[in-house]
Write a protein that binds this ligand. Sequence first.
Ligand code: GLA
Length: 732
Amino acid sequence: MAIVYNEEIKVFNLETEYSTYQMKVGEFGFLLHLYYGEKLEADSDLSYLIQRADRGFSGNPYEARYDRTFSLDYFPQEYSCFGNGDYRADSIQTIHADGSNVTDLRYKSHKIYPGKYRLPGLPAMFWKEEEGDSLEITMEDPVTGVQVVLYYGVLEKGDVITRSVRVMNGGQTPVELKKAMSLCLDMNHNQLDFIHFYGRHTMERQMERGPLHHGKQSIGSLRGISSHHHNPFVILCDRQATEERGDCYGMMFLYSGNFLAEVEVDQIHQTRAIMGIHPEQFSFRLEPGEDLALPEVAMIYTHKGLSCLSLKFHDAIRQHIMRGEWAHKRRPILINNWEATYFDFNGQKLVDIARDAKELGIEMLVMDDGWFGKRDSDNSGLGDWVVNEDKLGCTLKELVTQVNSLGLKFGMWFEPEMICEDSNLYRAHPDWMMRVPGRAGNIAREQFVLDYTRKEVRDYIEQAMSRILDSANIEYIKWDMNRSMCNVFSAALPAERQGEISYRYVLGLYELLERLTSKYPYILFEGCSGGGGRFDAGMLYYTPQIWCSDDTDAIERLKIQYGTSFGYPIGAVGSHVSACPNHQTKRITPIETRGTVAMAGTFGYELDLTKLTQEEKKVVRQQVEEYKKYDHLVHEGDYYRLSGPYGNDRVTCWQFMDKEKKNGLFCAVYTRLQANPAPLIIKLKGLDKKRRYEINGRIYSGAALMYGGLLLPVPESEYQSFRFEIQEKENL
Ligand code: GLA
């Protein structure tokens, strides 16, 4: 068992292969956090780390009133409450029928069982009974009857500990839940850096790292989606931690809506991290007997640095979050017509592109925005999921049949959560969009958000999409979402439940995705939100790949894909070669380099193939062939960041290696040219030091490559790149 409760000392010991998590039922039933870090002996008890002290202005629970050394003001907690004397970041806030707002949770019972707990309607990690265990600890506020079940999942191999929470109203009167976080993690020091990934549209997931300071620092989203602006994945690590060594704690939220990740350093330099649904714009009314499940946080600890942390998250997502036929199947190399034509296309144009694509070895054509309703620009038509046969010049079935007969699969774009005022859907159901009565609202890309809290809205979209999917051989869907939410309001919910909408929306989205992915298991779904505005582990449960960014510039992508790689597997990263000058930045880069960067992802093209020169076509053909060879490394292998894209680095390098440490791929992109350049030596990773490897016609030992490094060729032109295959040779 990965989870053991020692009744005598009341200590819970959670163990993965390389980490231990410990907590204790303390006096008066408070659940105290003891430890999370490197693996300890199974019978260790770290209660001694909790120092008791009489601190001024640190009150005591009533039961402990003669003992001024027992205070929630500084004791480490598993789930901090508002109003019971813990003034640090709280995990739960409730308002009761009498107006009081105290929650005071005490241990009531627990159960331990093999396998993984389930969360109704929410994405969650899954594993087999023999792979890990679950623990449910029921806490209760004896005065109000509010119960909180703290869920812990322990995946032994992979070092994952998951946390989630269910809040139940066990009292006699309604409770308004104002805040309920999924994770609360206390640490007894503050010598940590906070790493997070901020950004904007076309520049997502920029890594930022800085030391913790006293008080609170946080990132989050109130946009209704996890957002381009902050990603729901954060890392706390030793100040000295590097890619290769140092304590690292990764926390990933499996949720695609508003979130908060907050870290606080307290009066005695202790650290608390909380993560969960953002409490602003959130409230949930629980009638007596009702309950609410909160989304999951997956945590991984390693003392082996950031590389190791990323490898573990990549494996955890690939093996225990991504589902369905496509999770481990080779994904088709695609050509998407968005940057090739934007809205200006017809069926013939797509067939022309498909014909060239086939010649180049590309395997699927994706028809992007503009094929439905009245949609020749981005100001109308969303909601009308009816094929515009006049524009295509044929039926969808005829188009798909032509593309299929060329030997290509066919995929298409939808933006199912949206509605335009200029649409038949809006004219028929004006109340289906989210809009506050009496307010015109806030318009973005001339579109509004459909009220996915309503089942009839989801049913309508399912039917409309199914009609299309049943009418032709559609094998891929790009599921887009192109605006931030505001003016959040549902015509179908009473005033006292309006605070529930953001949560209900996300669960509505998940419910529809579940319906469609189970009804059409053979369809590959790619998530998208103006590029990577909803790149999170919640979406990856339904869509095993996500379009990483609307910025397809190879050099900017180095930073975007670098940041994304800390938490998310490379095979989930939608990445395409586009035309030059690049449409977003106007930069010119060699097509070889665009290929190198796009190969660190799902790989495809997003340009008008019919306009390529013969020379460029030759390069594309080679790239396609090469990617087919390396596909398994990208999707199932290990990924290492070797040299980052920030600062004065002249080159950005990364490496893929298969799990057997036999074959790999080394990639380098030069970002800055220099006169009389100093040598560039890059140390490889993940090799077997005793084996021999061939790179670019030369044999090296694994040790030489990892400790001595690889001497890179001197670049001959701006933004040049190299891809070198790493091949094992016979053992030394
Ligand atoms: C979003 C997507 C793009 C494209 C357009 C179409 O911006 O990220 O790839 O599909 O929508 O409108």
